[in-house]
Design a protein around this ligand. Structure first.
Ligand code: ADP
Ligand code: MG
Length: 763
């Protein structure tokens, strides 16, 4: 299974499989499962195509037209294929008469074939551009009429190409449809898989599932399962195989998570209990509000963890604004009370600086130890980021090393060698998904005993994802928002409707006139280098511009995304926003400049902040009540939910506009409408999982590169995951290092290969 593909399928194919699909070994190829199966005559349901996907469809040619290009040599051939109900246009651009004639012999009305290409939106309807094709049945005759629908069904038996015959044989069984790309077609993959399966023997395929598990579920062995999944002999033959392979994914993952849990259980931590007359007590006394029930409950869970000799390992989930920071701060104060220190890691400098500001502000004189105004029990909060000047940095390092700073806030800079703590007792990670396992381990290595760990996330995580991505953490959910929080009203707005857009800017103006502030979020920055589509900050699915077809533009992927620079210029001209004070914030600005802009927005010196998604996490300006998201369809569901959580934090009602130029019926607009329709983050997280697919959500999918979870769907497969979790726990309980299960240990190692690591990194 670890054998490189070159030897098995030949170098050219192997190269293509690696370049386009990231498949390197025989095992990689065999784990590249079909995503669909077609029976002869069963055409693909074309209504299910989605913009942006690379689709392989079995369809019938229903019309063919061609014409000469106007301004350059070559032809345009417009073919329409159908599934009996829906028609989808394909466009080909043969460069010369020979290519045209060849194509017209292939594209005969009534013929079926496989068509494979990227689904684009062109003037409001779906099309495949430059599709590859693989036809079955007789070809058309050699004579070709100009500018006419080609005659259907022409051509005799003698014309039946060998390839066409092979294709027909292929179509008579069950036809696997593989996830494919422009560079490697489904049929190429099927062929390579066939070659590999032909020579594979039982002993080449180590079985990762323990006998006990196979027997309990009555699953087929791995080789049988692979054969049935790739080459089902009759319809439905693949089902049991896929069940087994799906279960296997869950099981291997759960085995690793069980192993991590067991290891954590063997580590020791210093128990930290607050003093009754200490910092935490003093802080609670000064709190200007009562803790919510959720904050109290979670606070107790955390306090109980901190008092144990085993390290806390807890994930704290809570909607944006649910008050996680207060919970984290109280945990940090308990540790400081007990003589230890706490480190708070934020994903960006902006957020670290902001955490530093808000912790210092919340603590007041409790953060002024050693100064005249400081309270008796006070400590200090140090900020340590990569952009500090040499002096400030030395000072912060000294405060951390001496223990003078009870709390140290920072970014990755905290992980550097030079940073030492006197007694690090607690690590709080904000928005953990941006940190890797090694980084967390590096920080924890700075303490003599294992520090307690609290991970905070505002992205609601469905229970099954918590069981997979975060499977080695206990979870707490902070429910409910602090009193006085107003719900956010969200609206999807069509960017093509000038009247609505004008009305929207007017709403922004009304907020500003009422003394409030607004964010305008853009997918890209749009300065000198880096300008143009797809250079966004954290915008999923913003692909670079694809090859331009000679036919014209207007395609979805040629769309130039709105940039902060462009919006800033646009708003300068917008009549209803005359005189409004604007600022621009994005990730490529120098840190001091970012910080200065953030500060003046927080201070109310700016009315409108035009920004990239740097405002996504944790930026807290309670006076901001309005948000406009440009090209909102380019953002993920959870990300939009996260973004709009930036407004309506101060007790004033919040409004969020989700702008998109897409036509009414586009799937992207449907997503925006669901975001607008609910404020339930958990419901949206599940929807996000369903619409984006696991790979993205688990952070593992990069375009074209395989994800480790190919079959498992964490929303749908709750039962599978739960069974696998309990099976794995049993196996690991007797064999924690998998000495008696070498094939399983190998599968776990495979799972942890660098390409796959990212989806475990949140644990
Ligand atoms: P999160 O980090 O979960 O997004 P924060 O902890 O930043 O939320 O809290 C958001 C805002 O709510 C802050 O301004 C905070 O001071 C305030 N807040 C937190 N807890 C309460 C509470 N129990 N009652 C009223 N306001 C609160
Ligand atoms: Mg926060």
């Amino acid at each position: 299974m670890a054998e490189p593909l070159g030897r098995a399928v030949g170098l050219p194919t192997a190269k293509a499989l690696e370049a386009h699909l990231g498949l390197v070994t025989v095992g990689d190829l065999l784990r590249h499962y079909p995503r669909d199966y077609r029976r002869r005559g069963q055409l693909t349901d074309l209504s299910g195509l989605e913009v942006g996907e690379h689709a392989t469809v079995l369809a019938r040619v229903s019309s063919v037209r061609h014409r000469k290009m106007q301004r350059r040599p070559g032809y345009v051939v417009d073919v329409v294929v159908e599934d009996g109900a829906v028609r989808v246009p394909l466009t080909f651009f043969p460069r010369h008469g020979g290519a045209l004639a060849h194509l017209l012999r292939e594209m005969v009305v009534g013929r079926t074939g496989l068509f494979s290409g990227k689904v684009n939106l062109y003037r409001g309807s779906l099309q495949l551009v430059h599709p590859e094709h693989h036809m079955s049945g007789p070809r058309g005759g050699p004579e070709v009429g100009q500018d006419d629908d080609a005659a259907g069904g022409a051509g005799g038996a003698e014309d039946l190409a060998a390839e066409g015959a092979a294709m027909d044989a292929f179509l008579s069984g069950v036809l696997p449809i593989y996830p494919a790309t422009q560079g490697v077609q489904s049929w190429t993959i099927a062929k390579a898989v066939g070659i590999v399966l032909d020579v594979l023997a039982e002993e080449d395929v180590p079985e990762p599932l323990p006998d006990m598990v196979l027997a309990r579920h009555g699953f087929p062995g791995l080789l049988d399962a692979l054969r049935a999944a790739h080459q089902p002999q009759h319809p439905g033959h693949e089902e049991r195989a896929l069940e087994r392979l799906r279960y296997e994914e869950a099981f291997v993952l759960q085995a690793e998570l069980a192993r991590r849990r067991l290891r954590v259980g063997t580590q020791t931590a210093v128990p930290r209990r607050p003093r009754p007359d200490g910092l935490l007590a003093a802080f609670d006394e000064r709190l200007p509000f009562a803790l919510t029930d959720g904050q109290r409950e979670v606070g107790e869970e955390v306090a109980a963890d901190l008092a144990r000799t085993a390290p806390m390992h807890r994930l704290l989930q809570g909607e944006v604004g649910s008050g996680k920071t207060v919970v984290a701060l109280r945990a940090m104060l308990a540790v400081v009370d007990a003589g230890g220190q706490a480190a708070l890691l934020a994903p960006t400098e902006v957020l670290a600086a902001q955490h530093h500001r808000s912790l210092t502000a919340m603590l007041g004189d409790l953060a002024e130890a050693g100064t005249l105004g400081g309270a008796d029990v006070a400590t200090r909060v140090a900020l340590l980021t990569g952009s500090l000047g040499a002096r400030a940095r030395r000072e912060a390092l000294l405060q951390a090393a001496s223990g003078e700073a009870g709390i140290v806030v920072g970014t990755h800079a905290l992980l550097q060698e030079a940073v030492q703590f006197a007694d690090l007792g607690l690590v709080v990670v904000d928005e953990q998904h941006r940190f890797g396992v090694e980084q967390r381990d590096a920080l924890r290595a700075k303490a003599s005993a294992t520090p307690h760990l609290l991970v905070m996330t505002a992205t609601p995580i469905p229970r099954t994802v918590a069981m997979t991505s975060f499977g080695d953490l206990e979870t707490s959910v902070l429910r409910g928002l602090p009193a006085g929080r107003s719900p956010i009203a969200s609206h999807a707005v069509n960017a093509g409707n000038a009247a609505w857009v004008a009305r929207m800017w007017q709403r922004v103006r009304e907020e500003v006139d009422a003394g409030r502030q607004a964010y305008v979020v853009c997918p890209t920055i749009g300065d000198e280098e880096g300008a143009g589509p797809g250079r966004g900050e954290g915008v999923p699915g913003a692909d670079g511009p694809a090859e331009e077809p000679p036919g014209g533009s207007g395609r979805e992927e040629d769309r130039v995304l709105v940039s902060t620079a462009a919006v800033d210029a646009l708003l300068a001209e917008e009549p209803s926003l005359a005189g409004v004070r604007r600022g621009v914030l994005h990730g490529r600005m120098p840190p001091e400049e970012k910080d200065a802009v953030m500060r003046s927005f927080a201070a109310g010196d700016l009315d409108v902040l035009v920004a990239t998604t740097v405002v996504e996490v944790g930026v807290d300006v309670p006076n901001a009540t309005c948000m406009v998201v440009m090209d909102a369809d380019r953002f993920g569901i959870s990300q939009l939910h996260q973004l709009r959580g930036r407004v309506g934090r101060g007790g004033h009602a919040g409004t969020c506009f989700l702008l998109s130029p897409l036509p009414e019926h586009a799937p992207g607009v449907a997503r925006l409408k669901s975001v607008a329709a609910t404020t339930d983050g958990f419901a949206l997280a599940e929807l996000d999982l369903e619409t984006r697919g696991e790979g993205d959500v688990l952070g593992a999918r990069q375009s074209g590169v395989r994800s480790s979870l190919r079959l498992l769907r964490v929303v749908r497969d709750v039962d599978v995951i739960e069974e696998a979790r309990s099976d794995a726990a049993q196996v690991l309980a007797v064999d924690p290092e998998l000495r008696r299960h070498p094939a399983l240990a190998g599968a776990v190692t495979e799972l942890l290969r660098p390409q796959h690591e990212s989806f475990l990194e949140r644990g």
